[in-house]
Every structure is written in C-alpha cells, then in structure tokens.
Design a protein around this ligand. Sequence first.
Ligand SMILES: [Zn+2]
Length: 128
Amino acid sequence: MSNFRRKVERSLMRKAVKVDIPGTFITRENVYTCQKCGGLTVTVDIDEGVTPFMIGCRASGNETDCNGDAYSAFYPKGPRPPHIPKPSWEWYKPSDKEVNSFPESWRDHYRKGGLHLRKISLESSQVA
Ligand SMILES: [Zn+2]
C-alpha cells in the first residue's frame, strides 16, 4: 500500500471515529451580514446538517424588523472577534413532526439534512 493511500485511509478512520463518539461534535458559529441595514445575525449550529448561505435579516433579534437579505461568512475559523456579538439564533435539526408542519415546498430541504433556524431561548441556550 502506498504512503498516500495509507494517509487517506487513516484520515477517513479518524473521521469515522470522531462521528461515532457522542459529545464530540463541536458547535460552529457563523455570521450573516445584512445587505440592507448592515446588521449581523450571529448563529450557532447545535446539530449537524446543512445551512443556507443566505437568510432573511434577523439582526435586531426579530425576524420581521428588516426585510434585507443577510449573507453567510461561511463559518470563520478561530475565536469570535470582539465586535461580533454572541449568537442569538441556533440551527437545529427539526423533528419529523415539525417538518410535516412546514409548507410542502420546504420539506425536501429538511429531509435532505437541512437545519432550521430558531431564536436561542434563555433556557435552551448551550452557548457559553
Ligand atoms: Zn437588515
């Protein structure tokens, strides 16, 4: 077996092990910048799945205050810079029951592993 192949197999094994151990999933934070008001919507992934690159602006903490489109910063690496606030919104995997309550046109997204965005409530917050 070539060195390259061995390296590839090792990295795959590492990945598989990581996924199998509960509690090792690292929450990922993301920032969406509004094209209209310039506000920041800061999010955190609490489940694994797919998130969109564009969302409706929620910078004020409210879904309906601004109708601008906010664009993803694609999960910046490293610690959150001081000017970025703590996440107020979280991406989570909706239950089957929830998915069935969504409009038909949305359901496909969730069935393919898409995450849903909700406001972080004080009780459910897992963000330090
Ligand atoms: Zn906005």
